[in-house]
Design a protein around this ligand. Structure first.
Ligand code: GLC
Ligand code: CA
Length: 564
């Protein structure tokens, strides 16, 4: 069956649009609030289509907008084929898709297949039906250990801290890899598989162009009768045989999904969120027989350092060439500390996103951060990201150069990762992800800085006004104007998915690569200025300097795009 792309003004039927798209992530509850109740909504998104269009993105990805108690910001889904009444209606959704398509912007929605919410009809039915019932088979229920089953079936910790097994009234326990309110589905159950195919078709029929697949590496599980301990689990290799993570047979599920995607013209696309251990294992998710694309978080966890960036770019381009997919690049999303803030903190060996959470856990002290340096490097890194072959995934607010909001009182926190941990172990993951999810500032002043007519569901700091759209719109050198110009030029310059390291320029702290058509990117990630290569300067992430002899200098922490 071939179904044409729906909607009166679907963008051109180019089946390869996703390979080098700039995709803008919208966190719907924090983007724009059309009815002034403090919660962003779909009509808010529709009202900002002119903004998105002027920004120049190719697609938007919406984090979940489904009915949810918001135990995990909407990643606890009550009904995957509905819209949260606080966010809108299906009619609002259709109007939003039509408006985005009308502006030539594709629409990607989030699919959350590892778990439902505990308010999902199936989970309610499972609780009502009791132990041993077919209803329980759709989830992962077990009897407890101990004389009366009073101990959990295993001592596992959830990804947000706290236990991964919760006991229900009749004494059985269920598995939740994330919060208590997020029971894991049993993907060995044919009804679970079938229901997700129905969900994919439901949204694809409404004109959705692609899907972002949440925790794509956890669906397939193989739990033996006697469960391994947490210590045993963490010692097991993640080579496709781990009981919980990145099992080889998860790809059978995605092969089924691919058949659904290919029922449409153009085929629907998907991108996997899979925090796996190697580019090789990630490539399996990006296979054309599977989801087609996978997030690559390597730049996100790296220091903004030329050597690290060079290695990561080289390795990932090799990998994507082998997989048949395109590369993806991410610097910020709704789960990590914003990159302008991370880069303002002193380097920490290894996983850079942990850097920000450690600083947040201390309450975000000003003496611990150089905000100006952070933003300068963030802008420089963004120009690298946008010049690379493949897709760039941008997170709402980064185009304003927004910093992470550190000053959220405990009483206003929403992230379950915050509540499921104690102050002692909050040092890293447990500090929570609310600081990047604060509603966007649209105006310098006014109620919720133009987010809506009312308040904002997470408190906005006073400094937000200076980073608002209004404060940056039309201002030369602002981060917003930098993103607009970069995205405009990217469309013009984008060619084959190829990159050559620029001989004689690339090396040491200077990252320099050329794309087909003479598009040269030079990023000075060192501590001293470097001569600006000759050619037509197209864009720079910050002001240039001049040497004593008048020659142009690319200052430390600055990237330039040059046409040669
Ligand atoms: C993914 C999402 C994150 C969510 C988790 C559980 O990692 O990006 O926000 O909390 O899955 O659904
Ligand atoms: Ca609202």
């Amino acid at each position: 069956m071939t179904v044409p792309a729906t909607g009166p003004a679907a963008p051109a039927l180019d089946p390869t649009w996703w390979r080098q798209a700039a995709v803008y992530q919208i966190y719907p509850r924090s983007f724009a609030d059309a009815n002034g109740d403090g919660i962003g909504d779909l009509r808010g998104v529709t009202s900002r289509v002119p903004y998105l269009s002027a920004l120049g993105v190719d697609a938007v990805w919406l984090s979940p907008f489904y009915p949810s108690a918001l135990a995990d910001g909407g990643y606890d889904v009550d009904d995957p084929r509905g819209v949260d009444p606080r966010i809108g209606t299906l009619e609002d959704f259709d109007a939003m898709v039509a408006a985005l398509h009308g502006a030539g912007i594709r629409v990607v929605v989030d699919i959350v297949p590892n778990h439902s919410s505990d308010r999902h009809a199936w989970f309610r039915a499972a609780l009502a039906a009791g132990p041993g019932s077919p209803e329980r088979e759709r989830y992962i229920f077990r009897d407890g250990l101990g004389e009366h089953g009073e101990l959990p079936p295993a001592d596992w910790t959830s990804a947000f801290g706290g236990p991964a097994w919760t006991r229900v009234e009749d004494g059985q326990w269920y598995l939740h890899t994330f919060a208590t309110e997020q029971p894991d589905y049993n993907w060995a159950h044919p009804e679970v598989r079938e229901d997700f195919l129905t969900t994919l078709r439901f949204w694809a029929d409404r004109g959705v162009d692609g899907f972002r697949v949440d925790v794509a590496n956890s669906l397939a599980k193989d739990l033996p009768e006697v469960l391994p301990s947490a210590a045993e689990l963490s010692a097991m290799p993640k080579d496709g045989t781990h009981p919980l993570w990145d099992r080889d047979e998860v790809h059978e599920i995605y092969a089924e999904w691919r058949r659904v995607f290919d029922e449409y013209d153009p085929p629907r696309t998907a991108v996997a969120e899979a925090w796996v251990d190697s580019p090789e294992r990630r490539a399996r998710y990006a296979s054309p027989e599977g989801l087609g694309q996978a997030f690559n978080f390597d730049l996100l966890v790296a220091d903004p350092e030329a050597g690290a960036f060079r290695r990561i770019i080289t390795a990932n381009l090799e990998q994507s060439a082998l997989s048949g997919s395109s590369s993806t690049w991410v610097l910020s999303n709704h789960d990590v500390v914003r990159h302008a803030t991370r880069y303002g903190l002193p380097p920490l060996e290894g996983r850079r996103e942990k850097q920000g959470t450690a600083w947040l856990a201390e309450g975000g002290p000003e003496e611990g951060i150089d905000r100006e340096r952070g933003l300068r490097l963030a802008r420089a890194a963004t120009l690298v990201e946008l010049a690379l072959p493949g897709s760039a995934y941008l997170f709402q607010g980064e185009e304003l150069g927004l910093h992470e909001v550190a000053e959220i009182p405990d009483a206003d926190r929403q992230d379950p990762a915050f509540f499921r941990t104690t102050p002692e172990d909050r040092g890293f993951d447990g500090v929570g992800r609310d600081g990047c999810r604060v509603p966007l500032p649209w105006t310098r002043e006014g109620s919720s800085f133009g987010f809506g007519e009312g308040g904002a569901h997470l408190p906005q700091p006073a400094w937000f006004g200076d980073s608002s759209v209004q404060a940056e719109d039309g201002v030369p050198g602002s981060t917003l104007e930098l993103y607009r110009e970069a995205l405009r030029l990217r469309r013009e310059l984008q060619g084959a998915e190829e990159l050559t390291w620029a001989a004689g320029i690339d090396g040491g702290d200077v990252l320099a690569f050329e794309r087909p058509g003479g598009w040269l990117t030079v990023a000075n990630l060192g501590a001293a200025g470097t001569p600006l290569p000759t050619g037509e300067l197209l864009l720079a992430s910050g002001p240039l300097e001049a040497a004593a002899d008048g020659a142009a200098v690319l200052p430390a922490g600055t990237t330039a795009w040059i046409r040669r």
